[in-house]
Ligand binder design. Sequence first.
Ligand code: ADP
Ligand code: MG
Length: 605
Amino acid sequence: MDIIHLLPDSVANQIAAGEVIQRPASCLKELVENSLDAGAKHIDIIIRDAGRTLLQVIDDGSGMSPTDARMAFERHATSKIREAADLFNLRTMGFRGEALASIASVAQLEVLTKTKDDEVGTLLEIAGSQVLKQEVVQCPTGTNFKVKNLFFNVPARRRFLKTNSTELRNIINEFYRIVLVNPQVSFTLVNDDELLFDLSASSLKQRIDSVFGKSIRKGLASQLVDIKAETSVVSIYGYIGKPEFATKQAQQYFFVNGRYMRHPYFHKAIMTAYSGMLTADQQPHYFIYFSLSPELIDVNIHPTKTEIKFADEQMIWQILQAALRESLGKFNIVPSLDFDREGDLDIPSYGGHNIGSVETPQVRVNPQYNPFTEHAKRANTDNWQTLYSGVQNPTDAATYPIDTPQANDEAVLFDDSLLQATPSQYKDKYILLPCQSGLMIIDQHRAHTTILYKQLREQMSTKKAVKQQVLFPEVLDLSAEDSQLLIQMTDELNSAGFDITQIARNSFSVDAVPAELGNNNALAVLLDIIHSAEETGIGTKEQWEHRIALSLSESAAIPAGKTMQEAELRDLVGRWAELHDKTFTPAGKRIFAVISDESILKLFS
Ligand code: ADP
Ligand code: MG
């Protein structure tokens, strides 16, 4: 008996949908890419319940004839390629002809479409691959696509969806990847009746700014420099972040021929160009656009994958590397006025210099706090302009014999004599302390950060964090994306001493802050925490607590630039010496170093 038979189309399409349409965000991507392929100049996106109940895309593109509208939902139906050779000369986003068939098999669809040559348009209703209705209607030129109740007939898929806030975040990320490479097209995005984005057609730089300017990264454009390379093989253009604006949660985008891509190898090229300018946990912003002949890339990999193969990656790596160096190097002739840098500090100076009161270590507060510039000061970026101009960095560690202590030296280093010695302060930033084997140099900010971190973690685990009510509750207005994150973190933040309540969709009231923090930079610290969450996504409770405690302690710790009296220095050294791990901060930064007696002798030989 023969047992093999062909699957009905509806089943085959559902199987394909399992791969192409994994979540609302992938469905939206397919719809918007179709609109772009249809030459749309304006695209409205309307979603409900993070796309679960409604994903609607309205474009002013070419529209479809009645027959094409019907055909579009057949598997392998496409207007974009005709033969295999076309695959290697792709100029459209789509080409597989399977997205609409897939969507139609797992949702209820309503499509209105009209070409400019037709008087009237077509209305189509489809559910689970079945055409329910096809009518002639009046409608504007273009296509209006409604996807309702995604996965209505695939409960297993529906159950796999994450919370609305996560799905919305995925949608917004997908949206970024599209709008950042189509600045000539205007977009709106409405979620649950709220206008999240309203982007007019603009230059690329303006687009970058209007996408991120709405969120807390105000004025991203001013932190960027151009990058440009024209060769016969590839042209590269775009923007890279000035090193001092590098951050834990950088915006990093590669695009090739109008398509977002991930490219770990080219990412490495960027990190190489920046090496020496950033600390381990810092990443530069970048928006880099490659354009090259379609024959030289292969996008014919899986539709949901964003990796793209290039014919000669090594050569492009070289070109990219040269362009990066040129941009970073060229920039060194620009006066450093706009850097807002202070002296040669390489760690945060939260409060600046000239602090009057010195009784107890006080949190110095900067009302102009800006997470970007503060991050900047944390970075070792001060010499970056000279890196590519052949000038020797005078503070290069190699010039001075600094010995980094090994773990087994610690017993020798931390004997009682250390606490007897008289500490002194160097450049309002380091504590100098004679020790058995030489001269110990302790970074005051890092030592204090580590002390506070330990204290905070203990308070958080026993829920004994000390809250300080604020007189005038601060209101925090966030981007949609950041609001979702904050909602998920509220419990942990509140156990660390905050008192945060959501007052409107993207608005939060901060009624109390951890007592250590003082009032004024509470908001900045909160934003910092949200940023670092953005980068790593939703982690475990332990990861949250670590990040929260780290941000709080970094911002509450005695800053570099604060003059300290001997008693304060002794107190700090004493508390630091009691720590279990004295060598590194919880962020992995070195707290102290020793210049050995031998090294000092050598200096005078
Ligand atoms: P692909 O994009 O790979 O061709 P799809 O299944 O996404 O496959 O779309 C099938 C076809 O439907 C497209 O090739 C195009 O001709 C037509 N189409 C889809 N969306 C639109 C739209 N918004 N405007 C005009 N035509 C469209
Ligand atoms: Mg398509």
